[in-house]
Design a protein around this ligand. Structure first.
Ligand SMILES: Nc1ncnc2c1ncn2[C@@H]1O[C@H](COP(=O)(O)OP(=O)(O)OP(=O)(O)O)[C@@H](O)[C@H]1O
Ligand SMILES: [Mg+2]
Length: 233
C-alpha cells in the first residue's frame, strides 16, 4: 500500500525495575498525501509515536512501513540516511543551533549526507526564509519564538520530504502566528503531496486536517471514536 502502515506495534520504556507500555497499536494506516492531526494528553506518547514513525526509535515488536518499505530493518547509519531523504521533522523544541544563522540552520541537515551544499538548495533555503519573513543571516538565538518555528519548518521542508512530522508546532504561539504556521505546513504538504502528521491540542488545527487521531493509554483512536475533544483522557 502507498502511505504509512503501523502493524502490531508494541513499545515499552523502562520504569524502575519494570517496563511501561507506551504504544500498543494493532494496526493503523495513513494514506500518502493525507494530513492528520495527532491529539492526546501530555505523556500519552505522541512524541514517541513520531520518533517511531521516523525510525529514531524502534518498537519492541511490530513494523512501521512507508510505501511497503520497513526502515526499521535497516542498520542505523542507513536508517539515518533514509530519514534524511524521506522525512522532514519539526521538533517540539525546534532544535536550532543558537549560534548559527537562520539559513545555516535550515541547510544543516543537507551537510549530513553530502560533501557540499548544492547551490539550488541554498537558493531554495533563502527563498523559503524570505517567504516566511525571516532574515537568513540572523543568529537563531536572536529570533522570536514564531521566527524560530518558521526556521524549523523551512528546514523540515527544504528537501521536499514525502513525510512531514511536526510536534506541537503551534504551541505557545499567539493565534496569528499559530494560524500562519498551520498554513505553512499545510500548503507545503499539499504542494509537495507529502503526508503530514501534526501533533496538536489546537482545535483550529484539527478542523483543517483531513483526519484527527487520538492517543489514549497507548492506543490510537479515530477522533470520532472518542469523547470530544480527543485530548480528554
Ligand atoms: N527514553 C525514555 N525512557 C523512558 N521513558 C520515556 C522515554 N521517553 C519518553 N518516556 C515516557 O514516555 C511517555 C510518553 O512520552 P512522550 O514524550 O511521547 O509524551 P507526549 O504525548 O509527547 O507528551 P507531551 O504532550 O507532554 O509532549 C512519558 O511518560 C515519558 O515520560
Ligand atoms: Mg511531546
Amino acid at each position: 500500500m502507498s502511505g504509512l502502515e503501523l502493524h502490531d506495534i508494541l513499545l515499552t520504556f523502562p520504569e524502575g525495575t519494570r517496563r511501561r507500555t507506551i504504544l500498543d497499536i494493532p494496526s493503523c494506516t495513513v494514506a500518502s498525501g493525507e494530513c492528520v492531526a495527532l491529539a492526546g494528553a501530555s505523556g500519552s506518547g505522541k512524541s514517541t509515536l513520531l520518533n517511531l514513525i521516523s525510525g529514531l526509535i524502534l518498537p519492541d515488536r511490530g513494523t512501521v512501513r512507508w510505501n511497503g518499505f520497513a526502515p526499521g530493518e535497516l542498520p542505523e547509519p542507513r536508517r539515518d540516511v533514509w530519514r534524511g531523504r524521506h522525512i522532514g521533522f519539526v521538533f517540539q523544541d525546534f532544535q536550532l543551533f543558537p549560534e548559527l544563522e537562520a539559513l545555516e540552520n535550515v541547510l544543516l541537515p543537507v551537510t549530513f549526507n553530502r560533501w557540499s551544499i548544492p547551490e539550488a538548495l541554498r537558493r531554495r533555503g533563502q527563498a523559503l526564509l524570505k517567504r516566511m519573513n525571516v532574515a537568513p543571516s540572523q543568529k537563531a538565538r536572536l529570533l522570536s519564538r514564531g521566527e524560530k518555528q518558521r526556521v524549523a519548518i523551512a528546514r523540515a521542508v527544504l528537501q521536499e520530504p514525502e513525510i512531514l512530522l511536526a510536534d506541537e508546532p503551534t504551541a505557545s504561539l499567539d493565534a496569528a502566528n499559530a494560524a500562519e504556521v498551520t498554513d505553512l505546513l499545510l500548503s507545503h504538504a499539499r504542494t509537495l503531496g507529502s503526508t503530514l502528521l501534526i501533533v496538536s491540542h489546537d482545535e483550529e488545527v484539527w478542523t483543517r486536517m483531513d483526519r484527527v487521531l487520538s492517543l489514549r493509554r497507548g492506543r490510537l483512536y479515530e477522533a470520532a471514536e472518542t469523547a470530544f475533544p480527543p485530548s480528554a483522557a
